[in-house]
Design a protein around this ligand. Structure first.
Ligand SMILES: C[S@@+](CC[C@H](N)C(=O)[O-])C[C@H]1O[C@@H](n2cnc3c(N)ncnc32)[C@H](O)[C@@H]1O
Length: 353
């Protein structure tokens, strides 16, 4: 097995360590050692290692194992993963992992064909100041349109609860998002009852359906097994999505948006948004999506507003810094403002003046 593949696993281990997942750091490092020694991991990835970097083989292996544990396909593996909640003993987990990999179960090997895909609920906190500004501008009437929406969980942001040191917004069963806020967003109403959401529609090249147990398993599996808060948030958000039923169409961003924005803008605020998605659109797709927004913006009026809300890397949006930024543009007028800076997982949201 090539040194390139083991290097990818070791690199992934370092990255996971930096991103706060000791379990993944250990798992990736042990997989690297095992592949080098010609152990079960090497046999497990055989035939799936033609494009290990492009396919992110490392995360596919982690996802396949996590999916097998979550769906209790192997009792020893399931209990080893469940034990992580009480403190990580990697020798125990690795023993179960190695034994499971050695079975080369066709189901788990088929999981390796699934591209890693997540829908990060906590990013709703970084988008919140934008939604609140659009709600203010649209008198509470919002038409939501998300590009690269995955399972549409961020189309359900108004079903989540948000909490800062001395403020709260939202209520109900949704996940509570309480990142490390620097500053407090200007809030519209006390909760979602102040809003009239006239549409929650989005597109994705590979849409996932929150009501489909296989899709839900996929989203859970690609989270890291020791990041239990993320799993809790995901499960709560899946519940909200099953209730609010966002429509995510299988389509490329530019075609979909051009179609959606072709007609007159409805009364209130139309909000086009995307989070950690723009970078995946080819340049030509970005250009066409931008054109669709600008041309709809030219038709906006005081009672029929258009907002473009972006949560993407600062670099991609032409801003300074290594982190992510929330940028809001609005029409009529086309004014553009940086509303917040945040990390990619929405753990810290720093509001800008
Ligand atoms: C990193 S995920 C982010 C998902 C979600 N926005 C979030 O923040 O959790 C990027 C999403 O963009 C989708 N995507 C990639 N290229 C696309 C395209 N050209 N048009 C529409 N969706 C696309 C992917 O399928 C994936 O679901």
């Amino acid at each position: 097995m090539s040194a390139f593949i083991t290097a990818l696993f070791r690199e992934q281990a370092k990255l996971c360590d930096r991103l706060g997942s000791p379990f993944m750091a250990e798992l990736m490092a042990r997989c690297a050692d095992d592949i080098e020694a010609g152990g079960p991991t090497a046999a497990f990835i055989e035939g799936h290692a033609d494009r290990p970097a492009e396919d992110v083989l490392t995360l596919r292996v982690a996802g396949a194992l996590h999916a097998a544990a979550l769906s209790r396909r192997d009792e020893a593996l399931a209990s080893a993963y469940a034990s992580i909640a009480d403190g990580l003993n990697m020798d125990v987990v690795w023993r179960a992992v190695r034994e499971y990999l050695a079975k080369i179960e066709p189901w788990a090997r088929a999981f390796l064909d699934i591209p890693p895909q997540t829908n990060e609920v906590a990013r709703a906190a970084a988008l919140l100041p934008g939604f609140m500004a659009a709600a203010e501008g649209g008198g509470g009437k919002l038409r939501l349109m998300e590009l690269g929406a995955s399972a549409g969980l961020l189309l359900c942001w108004d079903g989540f609860r948000y909490a800062g040191q001395d403020w709260r917004w939202g209520e109900g069963e949704g996940p509570e998002l309480a990142p490390d806020w620097r500053g407090a967003p200007a809030l519209y109403g006390g909760d979602a009852r102040a809003l009239e959401i006239t549409a929650r529609r989005g597109c994705d090249l590979n849409p996932l359906d929150a009501s489909d147990p296989e899709h839900a398993l996929r989203l859970r599996a690609f989270l890291w097994a020791d990041q239990l808060e993320r799993r809790k948030r995901l499960d709560a958000a899946l519940g909200v999505a099953r209730r609010l039923r966002p429509q995510v169409e299988r389509a490329g961003a530019a075609d979909w948006l051009t179609r959606e924005l072709a007609g007159p803008l409805p009364e209130g605020a139309s909000v086009v948004y995307h989070s950690v998605a723009w970078m995946y659109f080819p340049k030509e797709e970005q250009d066409r999506a931008r054109d669709a927004i600008l041309s709809a913006g030219a038709r906006a009026s005081a009672d029929h507003k258009l907002y473009w809300l972006q949560f993407e890397s600062a670099h991609l949006l032409g801003e300074e810094g290594e982190d992510m930024v929330t940028v809001l543009s609005e029409w009529p007028g086309g004014e553009r403002r940086v509303l917040a800076r945040a990390d990619a997982h929405g753990r810290c949201v720093e509001l800008q003046d």
